[in-house]
Design a protein around this ligand. Sequence first.
Ligand SMILES: [Zn+2]
Length: 147
Amino acid sequence: MLNLIERKKLIDAAIKARKYAYAPYSDNFAVGAAVLTGDGTITGGCNVENGSFGATMCAERVAIFTAISNGHRDIRAVAVVADSTPLTPPCGMCLQVATEFGPGIEIIMADLHGHEETTMLENLLPRSFKFDGQRSEDRQARKTTNT
Ligand SMILES: [Zn+2]
């Protein structure tokens, strides 16, 4: 579990990222997210809507993809901040993306008024899709085991 300082830093990073949200089609439902990786790196992301709604990208995936794009695969926690009641959890697609880099990822939901809730990714998406060990690193591991 993240300690209080780590959690505050992560929520603050998500609040900062939220300021850059591009959300003209949802009446400015601005969302910020931040990812904490195993080495302490924090990457942020905001939602980026698009007039072709299916092209819209959530803040959480922007933050996760930014972490991955910078060489980080050990994700410890994802914070998501919106000005909403109840607190906004990541959507199903973002949870599925996060499971690729889990298990054991903390999900922190917060608003702009000091309310927050922490749970584990597995609680929000208990039966995530798995590609049944067909990732190249898994195939490589099987080859090593079989020889
Ligand atoms: Zn999402």
